[in-house]
Design a protein around this ligand. Sequence first.
Ligand code: UTP
Ligand code: MN
Length: 488
Amino acid sequence: MAQVPLKKKKRRAPSPPAEPPAPGRFPAVVLCLVEKRMGASRRAFLTALARAKGFRVDGAYSAAVTHLVSERNSGDEVARWLAQQRGERGPGGDPDPGPALLDLSWFTESMSAGQPVAIEPRHRLRVTGPAAQHGWHVAPYACQRRTPLAHSNQALTEALETLAEEAGFSGSEGRSLAFTRAASVLKALPRRLGALEELGPLPGLGEHSRRVIQDVLEDGVSAEVQRVKLSERYRTMKLFTKIFGVGVRTADRWYQEGLRTLAELQERRTKLTRQQQAGLRHYDDLNTPVGRGEAETISRAVQEAVWRFLPGAAVTLAGGFRRGKLHGHDVDLLITHPEDGREAGLLSLLVSWLDSQGVILYQHSQENSYEGPEPPRGEGVLDQFERCFCIFCLAAPGGPAAGRGWKAVRVDLVVAPISQFPFALLGWTGSRHFERELRRFAKHERKMVLNSHALYDTRRSLFLPAASEEEIFQHLGLEYVPPTERNA
Ligand code: UTP
Ligand code: MN
């Protein structure tokens, strides 16, 4: 029942809330109780108590509130809650100083006194950062935020992402994720960070990340990051994992075996997979960024080839390019047809034809292993789409490969039936962190399982079909985030 007045009233209601109609015995004091940890029934009880003593207690926060009282919440939690109520986006968003943030002790003392007692420092909640006071509101999950491609904290995010990468190289997934989360939060800030204190209680910022941020803000660099970048281990792991077909485990094994250079690897060709050999052969090209123009050329060429076998089929450029990136490490193409099932068998025809045209330098395919709508085993399950991992030979009249007139480019071809297409598109647009956060949000906040094939509601034991990405966000109760704002 306590929910009802909250819903009826809008933020910053221009007129005083309906109950109680009288302004109360103490016109300078308007109370509001934060329900969070207090709970609805205790809040209702305390509200009735205060009203009986002549206090005005509003059911929802508005600009009229002078005393905000909570129980067992930290100052930062209340500040964050308040920032949400006030709908602030950044410092300077609201010149109004807002209500006093008070502990329940102020409330109980006032009730015993039968009138509002003077606010003393011990009554006030401690808020650690001006971000909270100014209301720098950053939602806890990256999929609840808008993260544009360009942001104002590049030096900071690069430092944190180097540490995330390094932690990944050591197999410390948790630590890697913590740095990635911290970087992602900074990417969503509306402006350049000037001092650590501005951050306040933002989500996803641990001690270690804060220390790195502090160093970069003070010295322009982090000594720890510099050390990592220069270390033999990091440099070798980076060199090896940039080979197509080489993951952290393989790179680590080679490092343990004492290998340090690509030349040393080349000497043991027989011990490399066919994929790794291709990766090594085209190492320089594959580590030269693919331009948007190149990606669009490849996308058009694939579209034309697809139409030879299945008119009406559509090719969509996904991945970073769909998020607005001008460069990428590969080209991610999704193929579908407006009639479910018509896409079956297309990929092998397509790849054979491209091969006959001399377009394919390397390819290996994965069959469709999706078993249809059965409750998914988990959101971590890899894509089961029919898929081809390719290296294309792209005519390159300019650029670094100009001398020979062609350039090797990594292309992923993924075939999705139209009924799964919105999920595939959402899953293949990224960023990787945005996807991870969507799935984490679905699991923890909605008890749903999301992957690139489907969305499953475990509470109702049913699949939630969707005809567009927008519908998937709707099912999840999330505000729609367009691709260009998914650069988390
Ligand atoms: P990419 O690794 O290609 O990333 O995966 P990107 O964002 O396009 O970055 P660059 O520009 O190429 O470096 C694109 C998306 O496809 C999903 C990932 O989650 C990512 O969001 N993906 C990739 C899969 O779902 N499965 C895969 O096997 C690979
Ligand atoms: Mn990509």
